[in-house]
Design a protein around this ligand. Structure first.
Ligand code: THU
Length: 161
């Protein structure tokens, strides 16, 4: 028996002004998507903006449903939107932002487990890292250099064949 230790590191930015001009602009796109979210049940709006290697920006936001499990997260709406329009393009970066009607979201909101698994599918297929930036409504931004840092010991297709 032995113990293995996994280590990872993330970059933390104090606010949007610490980002490059292009990355900040992509966060503004994610904010626009967030503000168009359909989230009447949770009152928690999430927006995602993807930058593809063909320079296209693809947006998504959470879409809720009266039958709660029929709703979908912003990240997966954006990723499937990208894959359905540009199946051959790589995803370079994902920007995520969230706000709530109930309280000010001041901490970075990281993608949920199912969204991490979905991002993993595309990162592993394209064989290049996806940078993931996430924040609340205001405040700090966390940047992960790869999905693998958010989902160690990932389940992927190599187990299936
Ligand atoms: N949500 C997202 O859009 N992305 C996440 O990564 C976490 C949660 C949405 C789903 C639901 O509409 C609301 O936030 C509350 O969970």
């Amino acid at each position: 028996m032995k113990e293995i230790k996994l280590s990872t590191s993330f970059t933390v930015f104090d606010d949007l002004n610490e980002l490059s001009k292009n990355d900040k602009a992509l966060f503004l796109e994610a904010q626009t998507a967030r503000d168009n979210a359909y989230a009447p049940y949770s009152n928690f709006q999430v927006g995602a903006a993807l930058l593809l290697d063909n320079n296209k920006i693809i947006l998504g936001n959470n879409q809720e449903n009266a039958a709660y499990p029929s709703g979908m997260c912003a990240e997966r709406v954006a990723i499937w939107n990208a894959s359905s329009q540009y199946p051959k393009s790589k995803i370079l970066k994902i920007f995520i932002t969230a706000k709530s009607n109930l309280k000010k979201v001041t901490e970075p909101v990281s993608p949920c487990g199912s969204c991490r698994q979905t991002i993993a599918e595309y990162e592993l297929n394209q064989d290049t890292n996806i940078e993931i930036f996430f924040m609340g409504e205001i405040g700090k931004i966390i940047k992960s250099n790869s999905l693998k840092d958010l989902l160690p010991l990932v389940f992927d297709k190599k187990f299936l064949k």
